[in-house]
Design a protein around this ligand. Sequence first.
Ligand code: UDP
Length: 376
Amino acid sequence: MLKESNWFKDKYMHITIIAGARPNFIKISPIINEIRKKQSEGVDIQYSLVHTGQHYDKVMSGLFFEELNIPEPDVNLAAGGGSQAEQTASIMVAFEKYLAQHPTDMVMVVGDVTSTMACAIVAKKMCIPLAHVEAGIRSFDMTMPEEVNRIVTDSLSDYYFITSAYAKENLKKCGVPDEKVFFVGNVMIDSLLTNLPRLHKPNEFDQLNLKEKEYIVLTLHRPNNVDDTDNLLTMLRTIDSNVGNVQVVFPIHPRTKQKLDGIDCSFPNIRFVSPMGYLEFIYLVKNSLAVITDSGGITEETTILRVPCLTLRDNTERPETCAIGTNELIGTNPQNLIPALKKLFSGQWKTGGTPELWDGHTAERIVNVIVEFKTK
Ligand code: UDP
């Protein structure tokens, strides 16, 4: 592979790292830290950070840069807003212009958001080697925009950094040769383990008089759960009426908030709060009795924190969180929550274990692989 390409012909190597949305910021932070560490050890590796602007407000973007000490992006493409197609198109147009003026040896995309796919397409069309971090995961649910993003990105990548053996199997089925796949572990868990000693108690903790292991955290933002307002209300009513007196803290995603704005509804046990910074949110999760969610990344974090996780989805692209971790797929039918909550309250939830290589050293392994390319 190296012999066929021109890259790394300069004396140092330059990587362009892409981030656009909340889960991306958590994934790039340890990679950037590791690159800086290598720089301080005298390794010739440089990077630029491109923020596509997919998430742009303080609570979904700015806070993460501050809390995770992510350096200011080299550029913000300000390509947020609009439909899936509009956003994809805006990111592609802006990133193509940027790349034309800022040559690089490798584009690195993370996760499965619109920015991941849009920048992958641009990089590949400009014949720049492409690395995908968190490659190969599949929900096999084509109604998820993220599944389309994963399939497109993985069909274009040159280097696949994966979190589990499942991902390797998925890539093999797509014809990706083993030598392009690197089982390195999970960068989300690098961030989690690094930041555990830095967690902040959110203001809401005392305001709501929360007590350790006596409240539930709720997050919902996937189109299947929130786009139909009636479904969303039924789900919230079911949660509200089956938790006894346990408080449910719901840091509400802007997409979900938009659906509920202006609707006259009351849920005595549910406390709606703003999306939180990472250090506050992980504090909240770590001390909770359980999490109810439709997020992917949160199922990984609850696995490591040994917090029971009830996932309101019919499938998952992270099966190891169920097979090994504390996660259980409850489905999107609100009725399924009733027996699951009974099981939780009876104290019978599994405690789970740790998936292989989710050990806090994933970014180190990724950057080592890249540095080895250079020196080969
Ligand atoms: N998260 C956060 N504040 C919140 C909710 C979530 O910092 O109020 C973090 C969470 O810890 C996880 C990530 O955001 O690291 C998950 O993002 P999201 O659920 O938006 O994306 P997904 O993982 O489903 O792609």
